[in-house]
Design a protein around this ligand. Structure first.
Ligand SMILES: Cc1cc2nc3c(=O)[nH]c(=O)nc-3n(C[C@H](O)[C@H](O)[C@H](O)COP(=O)(O)OP(=O)(O)OC[C@H]3O[C@@H](n4cnc5c(N)ncnc54)[C@H](O)[C@@H]3O)c2cc1C
Length: 548
């Protein structure tokens, strides 16, 4: 849109969103000497970042070196090259690998952000060239005391039934939490110390508050304001039901997440069905629409950070039904996932993003996505909860139960003979300690979320043989989409007709994802998101004034 008659707020850099990429960009812009404001649509801050595991994937980071784990630029690039399928922009990948470690050091030295190596968490394709089967690139958050956030502690985004257990993911996964003395636990509770995405979002928001960066919540950015020369000079937002015009003398940074909650955009762009978004429901692609309106080139539009999800009746966040991601559920022994033919169609224990691609297999004869709907099938000795609900006599109705596989198949409209044959074949393989069809349990990754008391492949392989049997419907879901405006190495948005759009930056899930179809390892979205947030903040601050 053209210049408005009035401005309600004037800053140098306006950052849209308040997740990890937005707050990192805002902090860097402020540290480079300019006036910044965050505009956040929700009443809460932190976005999906605050709902997340908060893990960052950063190859060649200094915590690895301190822990004696070797890594190099060459290994990191070899790894990403091996997964590129010709779709990654090599310049952006190099920028990610080169700047990620610098970003981490900067954030740890200048903000409360503080992480440690997530010991033993393998890369998601650990056997690929340059992959790390022993982990090191994935970083877990230290605990962050929410008492330091004052009134903002109540305003960090969270799911309605969230429980904030004061232990790091590493402590929980390695069972070291059992060794934490009770008095230490009591102190952690007293200080409201939180882990995972809460720690990351909390420490980033604290970094913004320490710099007195104003955070305008309930302010939904809708349209970019362009000058005569098509430079971006501000934003039209909506606030209290009225237009709210924000002048951004130097730049606008779009960091408003993906478009996974916008059904029209999902249908228009994603490569196949995606019915189970797990992110914050405000992510409706406003940033994408704004960038399109300004003439941005788009990239990676068909991709998402795929993850299988389950809709549990009653799970709502701000009036929208969200899905729970499933991880241990499909990795633990005594579980498989089947399609309507009762057939398995993938290594269920593979990383969620790769597994997500298998939902989009298309049958030209029947003209169907043959692997949707899909069902998780387990037996009565299966141990982990399914989306927080245990199997057994008290299982809720949405977890179907039957004494025979044929009866279960009839309940869920799956071919009974197909299911019985699949289970027989799977169990025969398990008895030999192998999965000849899909090699489940072969990769180091397959064991990570399985039964750690067993040895691979029995960390993930176990027979489905003890009735009653249970089934839960699995949907094609996403942690977020990762298509959007294309950027250069400075995070400047490229114009569809060539060159850059002056004064416009895009980062995080709002930008065309740097790693194309791939999820490099745990933290594979937040590591790149913060790295390009860091780059955008620095470069936005260096822009000339595009408007007086
Ligand atoms: C359960 C779960 C666990 C996860 N664990 C991990 C993990 O451990 N590691 C990892 O790397 N990734 C993880 N992810 C994915 C990760 O959380 C996201 O990819 C990441 O947070 C995206 O960051 P972002 O800054 O781009 O967007 P977000 O954090 O989603 O922030 C976007 C913000 O923009 C706001 N917004 C939207 N529209 C507008 C508008 N018009 N105007 C102003 N503001 C707007 C939103 O309200 C939101 O606050 C997980 C996701 C989930 C759901």
């Amino acid at each position: 849109m053209a210049l408005p008659e009035r401005w309600d707020l004037e800053v140098d850099v306006a950052v849209l969103g308040s997740g990890a990429s937005a707050t990192t960009a805002a902090i860097l812009a402020a540290d480079n000497g300019v006036e910044v404001a965050l505009l956040e649509r929700a009443d809460f801050v932190g976005g999906t970042t605050a709902l997340s595991g908060g893990v960052l994937w950063l190859p060649n980071n200094h915590h690895m070196a301190e822990a004696g784990i070797e890594d190099s630029r060459e290994d990191a690039l070899a790894y990403l090259d091996s997964l590129s399928l010709g779709m990654m922009d090599r310049d952006l990948v190099e920028t990610l690998v080169d700047t990620g470690p610098e970003m981490l050091r900067y954030m740890e030295e200048n903000t409360p952000v503080s992480l440690h190596v997530f010991e033993g968490y393998p890369d998601y394709h650990p056997e690929n060239p340059g992959g790390k089967p022993e982990g090191g690139r994935s970083l877990d958050n230290d605990l962050f005391p929410f008492e330091e956030l004052g009134p903002w502690a109540e305003r960090i985004n969270h799911q309605p039934d969230a429980i904030f257990f004061p232990a790091t993911m590493l402590e929980i996964d390695t069972k070291r939490v059992d060794d934490v003395p009770p008095e230490v636990m009591a102190e952690r509770r007293a200080r409201d110390m939180r882990s995972t995405g809460q720690a990351l979002a909390g420490s980033l928001i604290k970094g913004c508050l320490d710099r007195e960066i104003p955070v305008h919540t309930a302010t939904r950015a809708r349209e970019l304001v362009l000058d005569d020369g098509d430079a971006v000079v501000g934003v039209r937002a909506e606030r209290d039901g009225a237009d709210y015009f924000v002048k951004a003398r130097k730049a606008v940074v779009i960091a408003s997440g993906g478009f996974e909650w916008n059904e029209e955009l999902v249908k228009a762009f994603l490569r196949g069905p995606m019915t189970a978004p797990t992110s914050t429901p405000e992510n409706e692609g406003d940033g994408l629409l704004m960038a399109m309106g300004a003439g941005a080139a788009l990239g990676n539009m068909s991709e998402a950070w795929w993850i299988p999800g389950i809709h549990v009746p009653g799970d709502e966040m701000r009036g929208r039904t969200f899905a729970r991601l499933i991880l241990a559920e499909r990795t633990w022994p005594r579980s498989i996932i089947v399609n309507r033919q009762g057939k398995r169609f993938m290594n269920e224990a593979a990383n969620y993003n790769a597994v997500g691609h298998a939902f989009h297999t298309f049958d030209p004869n029947t003209f169907e996505f043959i692997n949707l709907p899909a069902w998780l099938i387990v037996d009565s000795l299966y141990q982990p909860p399914i989306a927080r609900h245990n199997v057994g006599p008290d299982a809720p109705d949405w977890i179907r139960r039957a004494d025979t596989l044929a009866e279960l198949a009839a309940q869920i409209d799956v071919d009974a003979a197909g299911l019985e044959a699949t289970v027989t074949r799977f169990n025969e393989g398990v008895a030999r300690g192998e999965d000849p069809e899909f090699q489940r349990g072969v990769s180091a990754y397959d064991s990570y979320n399985g039964d750690s008391l067993q040895k691979a492949p029995f960390t993930t392989l176990g027979p489905i043989e003890t009735p009653p049997y249970y089934a839960a419907q699995i949907e094609s879901g996403a942690l977020g989409t990762k298509g959007g405006p294309k950027t250069n190495e400075k995070a400047q948005v490229l114009r569809a007709t060539g060159g850059v759009i002056p004064g416009l930056y895009a980062v995080g899930n709002a930008m065309a994802g740097v790693t194309a179809m791939v999820y490099g390892g745990a933290g594979g979205t937040l590591g790149p998101g913060m790295t390009f947030g860091y780059i955008a903040g620095i470069n936005a601050a260096r822009e000339p004034d595009h408007i007086a």
